[in-house]
Design a protein around this ligand. Structure first.
Ligand code: DPP
Ligand code: ZN
Length: 884
């Protein structure tokens, strides 16, 4: 594979200023005519015109109306002789949307036409300078059969529509904003729209539309509400208005990602768009709100200011994830609901991004090299990128960050820029800030891969009444980066007395205490901070709100963690204490191989959380859950997935049985009354009742008691919303209760027309707790189910990814059958859809840490994939890195 390097960036030799596209849409063969206005970039040396194109059939090439000689080399169309003055280039080609199973470029789904151009899909539509720093003004004419494709959409404003001969019709669109090709989109399909007119703060009127297939209209209300809330929020928080008269969102069921921010025409995976109480869970509602917001926010962070090259991807993605996370927290409204959002985000970061940062595919937030850019839409670029943006805000303050954003748009609106430009704008808007003092050091977050380890040790001097906090950071090596420099780590902290009081914080040299909550900035390998006037040995609460994406070792023991769990004013660290109490017990059992026996101190603490009169039910549900098995694996140098799973299973069983009466109380006490709302209050109660129910069913099944399984089945049947229905079904399935089978059958029959619900049905079985190899056997069986197909990414993910990625105990088998299955599925998917295959390949990133016999069997499976001659770039790059 060819590697692309960040340091090799050169500006384009030509600019494309305008492009006029005409599509004669036909599923088997679509004709594309492209007329472009080109201009030499005088800032760089002369050279031939090289256009990107893949899977295209070229018909003709004209310059200023005259035919011209050209060459085709690999995926490039090369024209050596082009005029020095501005010129018009006309290209005609065809492509085959029906055969496009990769879902990149122009493809068909459910009988309609859709596009996906990020990152490099536009070159699968027509020949172009398909790179984000080439920005053009687009005019798009579409012609298609009117009865099959009554709705014709593209970016920007509708100029005209007309009926044509032979039952065809046309529409012409114009987007006034210059944009890179990755933001181009078109849709031609039989769709209906929910519409809403809004007037923004600036007094402008806008039309919002959500287009879906006919039966799905009533499932769009939540997306529309989320869109309106996003528009309002971006104006209020960042002064960023909607800049188009019309903003369209379209749902499609075959889609590789969650959604795509094409200018004025966002295209969404239906799983990230459609929701009704009967078909979507609280988690789905929450996810839809955040993805609708994310794509809308891209209109400024991504579209108005875009990336110069794909190495800068986090410029738009990290920043936009940060914005959507802030939005979700603001929507959550109450402090405890905000904390729940933060906990969920950090949990996802630590179980997805931390392993990535420690594995074969570890890369900096701004990567240095790639073979296939699609492989770099990663948790590092997105979620760690968002944490980096959050640290800017921590270092310059919320107001300072707002000023920095304003300066960023003032400087760069309409441009394609780099992460350096963003950093500079935030720093320049905040002279003298903790950021500006050390901007270069801070920017190491963009260039160094890996998760920093932060060690903190405190020493109390009773005579001097001082508390010295020594911080030390270690940045372990990652592939290609053996020596690293210290990073800037903002450490938000507080000190608690043993009885839980928040202590005033005064550092040596300061004239008075500055509150009970503050941020220390570590920017070297080691630094000590001396707090004065400290009356007793404190319990430190460090890294509050997870103020930096690091692994913290604070050396606290159970007694101190129990103080934090009970009293910390920072809800994140309160939750963290609950997880660490569980984690230390799980790890002891995994490391020693001794059966896990939960002690009274732990169980009493968990009971106190569950019974707490004031804590938020959503918080309780999170605190009472065991850490993810993937996160537990991260704490170990040699990973035995079965041992981890056994420890978690034992812990759950003991928590279920020791707290049985408390779970029963929690189940009864948190029932939701009134109509369904996906708000934090109701969803928190449902999260806790569903957790309680799963514990009760688990406990009953183990003691052959039929009462709770019976109640769960009844609840499953009678549920009035999907959250409770899935909660009860999952309780039965995870406990392997006898009633799980009839429930699964009933569920399938009830929802057989609802693709997104059938995905849940597959996913639940793919994630079911392993039990004598039954789960694995069932997944293999389900892969032959008439409803199963690898062609639809959601369906492939629902079954195959659920097993390989989210069910370690069913996947990692001593007979290696899980790995054999993985290799088969990667190869089968690669022939259809390389992007999705690439994602599945990532499952083996950390094979090297596996214990015997898993390690050698995993390597063999990877080698089996590597041996295949025709692999996509996507899969090849990942496999190469795994074997490097
Ligand atoms: N659709 C992806 C996202 O919004 C890529 N831009 O993050
Ligand atoms: Zn994005």
């Amino acid at each position: 594979v060819t590697l692309i390097r960040r340091e090799d960036y050169v500006a384009p030799i030509f600019w494309i200023r305008t492009v006029d596209l005409t599509f004669d849409l036909d599923p088997a063969k679509t004709l594309v005519t492209s007329k472009m206005q080109l201009e030499r970039n005088t800032a760089v040396p002369h050279g031939p015109l090289r256009l990107h194109g893949e899977e295209l059939n070229l018909l003709r090439v004209l310059i200023n109306g005259e035919s011209v000689s050209f060459r085709q080399e690999g995926h490039e169309l090369i024209i050596d002789n082009v005029p020095d003055a501005d010129f018009q280039l006309e290209i005609r080609n065809t492509c085959c949307p029906d055969k496009n199973t990769s879902l990149s470029g122009l493809y068909t789904s459910g009988g309609g036409f859709f596009t996906q151009c990020e990152a490099e899909g536009f070159r699968r539509i027509t020949y172009f300078l398909d790179r984000p720093d080439v920005m053009a003004v687009y005019t798009v004419t579409m012609r298609a059969d009117k009865s099959r494709f009554p709705v014709l959409l593209s970016n920007g404003n509708l100029l005209e529509t007309a009926d044509l001969d032979n039952g065809r019709h046309m529409a012409r669109w114009h987007d006034p904003f210059p944009k890179p090709s990755y933001l181009f989109a078109l849709v031609a399909a039989d769709l209906v729209a929910r519409e809403q007119r809004i007037r923004t703060r600036a007094g402008k009127d806008h039309l919002l539309q959500v287009y879906v297939r006919r039966g799905d209209l009533e499932k769009t209300e939540h997306a529309m509400n989320s869109l309106i809330a996003s528009v309002v929020w971006d104006e209020a928080r960042f002064n960023l208005p909607l800049d188009l008269e019309r903003f369209m969102v379209v749902g499609v069921s075959d889609f590789n990602m969650g959604a795509m921010e094409n200018k004025g025409l966002n295209i969404f995976n239906t799983s990230a768009l459609l929701a009704s109480p009967a078909t979507a869970t609280d988690a789905d509602f929450h996810r839809i709100e955040s993805i609708v917001a994310h794509e809308y926010f891209h209109n400024w962070t991504g579209n108005r200011v875009t990336c110069r090259d794909w190495f800068q991807l986090s410029l738009k993605e990290g920043l936009t994830v940060f914005r959507d996370q802030e939005f979700s927290m603001d929507m959550a409204a109450t402090p405890s609901a905000r904390a729940v959002c933060r906990i969920q985000d950090v949990r996802a970061l630590r179980s997805m991004q931390f392993p990535e940062d420690a594995g074969a595919m570890a890369h900096p937030v701004r990567p240095d090299v790639y073979a296939e850019i699609n492989n770099f839409y990663t948790p590092t670029v997105y979620e760690k990128g968002s944490e980096v943006v959050r640290m800017y805000q921590t270092l310059v303050g919320r107001e300072g960050f707002g000023k920095g954003m304003a300066l960023y748009f003032e400087r760069h609106d309409g441009q394609a820029v780099t992460c350096d430009d963003f950093a500079q704008a935030i720093a320049d808007a905040n002279p003298g800030s903790e950021l500006s003092k050390r901007l270069d050091t801070f920017k190491r977050w963009y260039s160094q891969a890996g998760t920093p380890r932060l060690q903190a040790r405190g020493q109390y001097d009773a005579a001097a009444r001082t508390y010295t906090l020594s911080l030390q950071q270690v940045n372990p090596p990652s592939p290609g980066q053996s020596d690293k420099l210290p990073q800037v780590i903002p450490v938000a902290l507080g000190l608690l007395s043993r009885d839980g009081a928040a202590l005033p914080l005064q550092l040596q040299g300061e004239s008075e205490a500055v509150g009970t909550d503050r941020v220390l900035v570590l920017d070297s390998a080691e630094q000590s901070f001396v707090f004065i006037h400290v009356d007793s040995a404190p319990v430190p609460s460090l890294l509050r709100g997870f103020s930096a994406p690091v692994v913290l070792d604070d050396g606290l023991g159970d007694d101190e963690l129990l103080v934090l769990l009970k009293h910390d004013s920072d809800a994140f660290n309160r939750w963290e204490a609950s997880q660490r109490l569980a984690l230390s017990r799980l790890l002891t059992s995994v490391r020693t191989g001794a059966p896990l026996q939960l002690d009274a101190a732990y169980l009493d603490a968990m009971r106190a959380v569950l019974r707490h009169p004031e804590l938020d039910p959503a918080f309780k549900a999170l605190a009472l859950q065991m850490p993810d098995e993937a996160y537990i694996a991260e704490q170990l140098t040699v990973v035995d997935p079965q041992a981890i799973h056994a420890a978690v299973t034992q812990a759950q069983a003991q928590l279920a049985s020791a707290l049985a009466a408390d779970w029963a109380w929690a189940f009864e006490a948190h029932q939701v009354s009134g109509g369904y709302q996906p708000d934090p209050v109701q969803s928190g109660k449902r999260a806790l009742t569903n957790l309680a129910l799963s514990m009760l069913v688990l406990n009953a099944t183990r003691s052959n008691d039929g009462v709770w399984p019976g109640r769960a089945y009844q609840r499953f049947k009678d549920a009035t919303n999907m959250t409770d229905r899935m909660g009860a079904l999952s309780a039965l399935v995870q406990a392997h209760a006898a009633l799980a089978e009839p429930a699964l059958e009933r569920f399938h029959a009830q929802f057989k027309g609802e693709a997104l619900v059938i995905d849940k049905w597959f996913a639940l079985q793919g994630r079911a707790m392993e039990h004598d190899g039954k789960t694995f056997a069932r997944v293999k069986q389900l892969a032959k189910h008439p409803d199963f197909t690898l062609k639809n990414p959601n369906r492939a993910r629902s079954l195959i990814f659920s097993l390989c990625m989210f069910n370690p105990a069913a996947f990692h088998r001593t007979d290696a059958a899980g790995y054999v299955f993985w290799a088969e599925q990667v190869l089968a998917l690669d022939a259809i859809n390389p992007q999705v295959a690439g994602r599945l390949a990532r499952v083996m990133d950390r094979w090297i840490t596996l214990a015997t016999p898993y390690r050698s069997a995993a390597r063999e499976a990877i080698a089996r994939v590597a041996a295949k001659a025709e692999l996509s770039n996507d899969v090849r790059e990942i496999i190469d890195r795994q074997l490097a």
